[in-house]
Design a protein around this ligand. Structure first.
Ligand SMILES: [Zn+2]
Length: 291
């Protein structure tokens, strides 16, 4: 019977501890035959961690696939404004990233100053009213009852508070405003007047920012990829970062969001650990305004 036909077992496949990877082993000196590797026992890597997809290799504790399609990672850290010290943990990282600062918090200006001084991109994290009336977007927010002039005034005050060199804006909460094509259009008009970009955080699938932008023939950016830190857990953040890599490999560019204060005990250190391995595999970091 066909079902009993023994299939040739693939013992060779089982002896492979990890999928074949391109030769990026920085540990092997150039020009020297890779003999040391050949007599290494085929043992599984030590200290197995619950990492999905590819297995870690001997030369990296991470399972990072090689970058494809010019994979570029745009990382935006939201909700800055409460602790300049926490912002400094991110701005110490050796690659481009974007700090999105909430206005009218005790350290809003200090957070913007830290990021600016470190040469990182700084944007206004503009509070906007959410559909859920119990969510308070905070001081300096755009609310549904505001006129276009009032929207322009509040944005300009917020930008002025953060100081010079603010190159863009993204929304904090804001589902009620971004789903309203007229009001998000008013916001885009102010962005255009001020020469700053709008990054749609996509807090609602009903967002009308793309439509309003299209009507104005105005480019905007939008979140593209997972939220990094919905759960404050190293393995879960790492899993989201792997998803980010997969997204960037497929689409060329991922634009993902984390949160400065919420994740400060885990995310900066995790990114610092990952960065050399990401760079070795060909990933590039950028900000929304960088090509
Ligand atoms: Zn926010």
């Amino acid at each position: 019977m066909a079902v009993d036909t023994p299939r040739p077992s693939p013992p060779a496949a089982r002896e492979q501890p990890a999928p074949a990877r391109p030769r990026t082993e920085t540990a092997s000196p150039v020009g020297q035959p890779d003999t040391a590797r050949a007599d290494r026992p085929q043992s599984p890597p030590p200290a197995q961690q619950p990492i999905p997809a590819q297995s870690p290799s001997a030369d990296s504790p991470f399972a990072i696939p090689p970058a494809r399609n010019g994979a570029t990672l745009v990382l935006v850290l939201d909700d800055a404004g409460r602790s300049a010290e926490n912002v400094r943990r991110y701005t110490a990282l050796p690659f481009p990233l974007t700090i999105a600062v909430l206005p009218r918090l005790p350290q809003s200006r200090a957070c913007a100053d830290v990021a600016r001084t470190a040469g990182k991109e700084v944007i206004l994290h503009q509070p906007m009213q959410a559909m859920n009336p119990r969510l308070d977007p905070g001081e300096g927010a755009i609310r549904a009852a505001m006129s276009g002039a009032e929207i322009a005034a509040v944005i300009q005050e917020n930008l002025a508070e953060l100081g010079p060199g603010i190159v863009g804006m993204n929304n904090h909460e804001g589902s009620l405003i971004t789903a309203d094509v007229m009001r998000i259009g008013m916001v885009l008009d102010v962005c255009r007047e001020r020469g700053i970009y709008f990054l749609d955080s996509r807090t609602t699938a009903e967002t009308k920012a793309p439509q309003a932008a299209l009507e104005r023939d105005m480019p905007i950016f939008e979140k593209a990829g997972p939220y990094i830190d919905n759960e404050i857990d190293r393995d879960k953040m790492l899993a989201r970062l792997y998803e980010t890599l997969a997204y960037a490999n497929e689409h060329g560019r991922a634009v993902v969001i984390g949160h400065v204060d919420k994740s400060v005990d885990i995310l900066p250190a995790l990114l610092a650990e990952l960065y050399p391995h990401l760079a070795a595999q060909g990933y590039r970091f950028a900000t929304p305004s960088m090509p």
